[in-house]
Design a protein around this ligand. Structure first.
Ligand code: TTP
Ligand code: MG
Length: 463
């Protein structure tokens, strides 16, 4: 019935550019530069502070030196030794993320957050006049910068999620890219195949081996060859995307429910075979729960907490929905294989989400389910790393000198820079670590409210 290599299901596309994708620029690093005026315009690296830490993100000033997310701290230090290496302040990131998501929900009720700093917005459900998109987007970005006290975002708008996301990527940093209907093909044609979300190093390698370098090459490729090399699901999906076709809707409640199982190990594990066996066993109990609940899952996720206080979460959406332990375990193993476990794993978990009432498993009868896109999140947990928690970048309050942040510590001493986002670059002072006047704090100064300008709080300054 289905003609080999032809697309059998017609992808319905919107005829207007009405899906917006917004992504904050160098998010964690930008929050640090906002709150630490002496670091503005300088290389800042969040994560990678400890000897075995991993970089969560780098400011654009540090990216010039080749520092990237997920790079080891050691490598980042080699490339950019003069950068400020900071631990994460997740409370501060969560606060700004909340403000941004709230602002987006004022634009449209249909907002699908993908992570802390990234979301799709369905403008079809907004009051915006799509004939004045440029103006609306400019106002949105200006209001975002005001309410977050200085963060910037890049925005893409197009007729599908795929185009909107590629648009914001192309606009980075601090830019806008609106892809008008009819311009889709011109926009995506010159992009490298790697730019397609979900094309990781493995798929990229296979495509390059076929001589397919750009999206235009992919579109011109023989569909049967793509299916032969990548499997039906991935081959067809890539072909659709190469035409800019993507009919995924903005799903406001995407992560509503999940089922998961995790194990914490008494000693760190490095043996991949053993980890895979544990994952398969846990997949059985996840599948068991799914079957008892009577639902099928479209997304499989693994969570790996490494010996170095980093938690890596990877998720992939399947071409169909399943409740089979074998499928869940196989996708889980693939996700696990993308994680470097050589330093040891202290916790391993597998979960499923994105439920439906109907199974659509035909995609998995004869091929591996690698059509989906892998989404990765890395969280760096610096709590408990140091005695009193004086990690670099941590917020402190001094009884007489006011607010500041930990510049460095060691040998029983801690050096504080006294500044906040309302001051200019502030002075540095060193204290004994147990100085009773010095306190770590997780309390955060408020951000500007919608429509109201805040008055900067008075900050005492050391003479
Ligand atoms: P991204 O949006 O991927 O990166 P970014 O905002 O730092 O930079 P830009 O968008 O301008 O390219 O991720 C958002 C935040 O998520 C990032 O600031 C830190 C965190 N993150 C990790 O912790 N680990 C990672 O591997 C990645 C990619 C991001
Ligand atoms: Mg970002």
């Amino acid at each position: 019935m289905s003609v080999s290599g032809e697309i059998t299901n017609l992808t319905l596309m919107r005829s207007t550019a009405s899906i917006l994708h917004l992504d904050l620029d160098a998010f964690f690093a930008a929050v640090e530069q906002r709150d630490k005026p002496s670091l503005r315009g300088k290389p800042v690296i969040v994560g990678g502070a400890g000897p075995r830490g991993v970089v969560a993100t780098a400011s654009y000033e540090a990216r010039v030196f080749g520092v990237r997310s997920a790079m080891s701290g050691t490598e980042a230090r080699r490339r950019c030794p003069h950068a400020a290496f900071l631990g994460g302040r997740f409370g501060a990131y969560r606060q700004s993320s909340g403000v941004v998501m709230e602002l987006l929900r004022e634009v449209s009720p249909l907002v699908e957050p993908l992570s802390f700093d990234e979301a799709y917005v369905d403008l079809g459900a907004s009051d915006w006049d799509l004939g004045r998109l440029d103006q609306h987007v400019a106002e949105l970005r200006a209001e975002l910068t005001r309410r977050t006290a200085g963060l910037t975002a890049s925005v893409g708008v197009g007729s599908s999620k795929f185009l909107a996301k590629l648009g914001s990527e192309a606009a980075k940093p601090n830019g806008v890219r609106i892809i008008a209907p009819g311009d889709e093909t011109d926009f995506i044609s010159p992009l490298p195949v790697r730019a397609i979300p979900g094309v990781g190093p493995v798929t990229e390698g296979k495509l390059l081996a076929l001589g397919l370098v750009t999206v235009a090459d992919l579109r011109a490729a023989d569909p049967r060859e793509l299916v032969r090399e990548l499997g039906r699901a991935a081959g067809e999906s890539l072909r659709e995307l190469s035409h800019g076709r993507d009919d995924r809707e903005v799903a406001a409640e995407r992560k509503a429910k999940s089922i998961s199982v995790e194990d914490t190990f008494p000693s760190d594990l490095t043996d991949r075979l053993r980890l895979a066996a544990i994952l398969r066993r846990d997949a059985e109990s996840v599948a068991d729960k799914l079957q008892r609940t009577g639902v099928f899952a479209r997304t499989v996720a693994v969570k790996v907490r490494l010996a170095n206080f980093t938690t890596v979460s990877k998720a992939r959406s399947l071409g169909g929905a399943t409740d089979h332990a074998e499928v869940i375990g196989r996708v889980g193993e693939e996700l696990l294989s993308e994680v470097d476990v050589r330093d040891g794993v202290r916790l391993l978990g597998i979960g499923v989400s994105n439920f439906t009432r109907a199974a659509q498993e035909r995609l998995f009868e004869d091929e591996t389910p690698d059509a989906g896109r892998t989404e990765t999140e890395i969280e760096v947990d610096t709590s408990g790393v140091r005695g009193r928690g004086f990690f670099p970048g941590a917020d402190v309050i001094h009884d007489t000198l006011g607010r500041g942040w930990v510049w460095g510590s060691g040998l029983g001493r801690v050096t504080i820079r006294f500044e906040t986002r309302h001051t200019g670059p502030g002075p540095v002072r060193t204290f004994a670590e147990d100085d009773p006047a010095l306190h770590l704090t997780t309390g955060l100064p408020g951000l500007p409210s919608p429509g109201i300008e805040t008055v900067p709080e008075p900050v005492p300054h050391p003479q």
